[in-house]
Design a protein around this ligand. Structure first.
Ligand SMILES: CC(C)(COP(=O)(O)OP(=O)(O)OC[C@H]1O[C@@H](n2cnc3c(N)ncnc32)[C@H](O)[C@@H]1OP(=O)(O)O)[C@@H](O)C(=O)NCCC(=O)NCCS
Length: 151
């Protein structure tokens, strides 16, 4: 597939069926119904954008979610919430196009920085982000618990 064969466009609720298997590619299996509910919630939340990469035959081969993050202790920044390109289409430039389109959305919406959190073991993705101008910033540990203690 040539790099120019791809169209990057905003996702709609109807794209959930196509996005769902790509989420499994990322290592988080989800049913189409779960993906539909989650995508609808993201699409309905101001300050969030989901973009898809569509081939000339209208097949969705990748997606990215970008959102504005606001903090009390730091200036706002944009963050990639998820990014995946279907295995057989990797290396064709789709990931680059999606990240750059997310960066454009972030810039147009007033965010001067774009951030991605990436699991330590995803060394291929780290090389990808560095090739796009991202610089390593910090390591983190992530903790979670149910919202109600002892439930
Ligand atoms: C990371 C990912 C989105 C990249 O998408 P892609 O469409 O393959 O990326 P591109 O074709 O635009 O690659 C651009 C450049 O990034 C680098 N790159 C991409 N994948 C790489 C890898 N696995 N290892 C090393 N470098 C890589 C290359 O320098 C490439 O340039 P090239 O054209 O000279 O080869 C894709 O591999 C993917 O979906 N991976 C699994 C999910 C994932 O890790 N997502 C990120 C979560 S943090």
């Amino acid at each position: 597939m040539g790099k120019t064969d791809l169209v990057i466009r905003a996702a709609t609720s109807r794209d959930a069926q196509a996005i769902s298997p790509l989420i499994a590619d990322l290592g988080y299996p989800a049913t189409p119904a779960e993906t539909t509910a989650r995508l609808d919630r993201v699409l309905g939340t101001p300050g969030h954008r989901v973009l898809v990469a569509e081939s000339h035959d209208k097949k969705i081969i990748g997606w990215v979610h970008v959102f504005g993050a606001v903090r009390v202790e730091s200036d706002p920044f944009a963050e990639l919430g998820g990014l995946v390109v279907a295995k057989k289409f990797r290396g064709c430039g789709a990931g680059t196009r999606l990240v750059n389109a997310a960066g454009t959305w972030a810039s147009v919406n007033g965010f001067s920085k774009l951030r991605i959190r990436s699991r330590t073991e995803r060394s291929g993705a780290h090389a990808f982000f560095e090739s796009l101008g991202f610089a390593f910033f910090k390591n983190q540990k992530i903790f979670e618990r149910p919202t109600k203690e002892n439930s």
